[in-house]
Design a protein around this ligand. Sequence first.
Ligand code: SAM
Length: 214
Amino acid sequence: MNCCGHCRDAGDFFNERTARRELKRYLRRGPEKPTRLLIEAISGEEVTGKTLLDIGGGIGAIQFELFKKDLSHSLNVDASTAYQSVSKEEASNRGVKEKAEYLFGDFTDLASDLPKNDIVTLDKVICCYPDFQKLLQLSLQKCGRVYGLVYPRVNGFTKIGFSLINLWFRIRGSEFRIYLHSPKTVDEIIRENGFQKRSYKTTILWQVVVYERI
Ligand SMILES: C[S@@+](CC[C@H](N)C(=O)[O-])C[C@H]1O[C@@H](n2cnc3c(N)ncnc32)[C@H](O)[C@@H]1O
C-alpha cells in the first residue's frame, strides 16, 4: 500500500514472521473460527467452477479451503509482500499454483483493471483500511454473486481492545491503525449496490456476513 503513513507502516505489521506463524497455525489447526464460519457460509452455495477474488487474502486460507470444493480460480490481492510470498509457496506445495493468482498492492489502486469474480471476500480487511467506503464500493463492483466479509463488531470488548492496540501502535511510532467501522454504514453500502444479506454469524469480536446479488 502506498497511500500514506498508515499504509506504509502496515507492511511492518503484516511481516514475514507473522505470515509464517499464521501459516503454521493454519496447517496445524485449520482456519481460525471467523474464517471457518465465512467459508462455511460461502460453501452453502455450489463452489464448483466458480472464481474467487480474495482481497487482503493473507496466507490464503479461504482459497485453499475452496479449492478442496473445486473452485476453479482464485485471485489474492494483498498489500503485504510477506503474506503473498508465504501464500505462493503454500500454493506450490499444494499443487494449485496454476489456479492461484496473486497481485501485490492496494486493491483500491488496482481495481479498475480487475475482472468480475463470482465470489469476493474481505476477511478482516476493512478494519485495516481507513477509507472503507471506497474499498467496499470498488470490491462490490467486482462481485458477480456472493460477497462475504469478516469485520469487527462494535461492542465494549472491541472498543477497548482497538483503543489499546492503537495506543500501542502510537507508542511504537507506527502510523498504522485499526478501525471499528459502522456496521450500519457497511450494510447500507452493500445493499445500495444491489445485494441482500444471506447469512450472519458472530464471535465475541467479529461479525461474519455473507450477501448475494439480487
Ligand atoms: C488482518 S490481515 C487478514 C488476512 C487474512 N484475510 C486473514 O483473515 O487471515 C489484513 C490483510 O489485508 C491486507 N489489506 C488491507 N487493506 C488492503 C488493501 N486496501 N488492499 C489490499 N490488501 C489490503 C493487509 O495487507 C493484510 O494482509
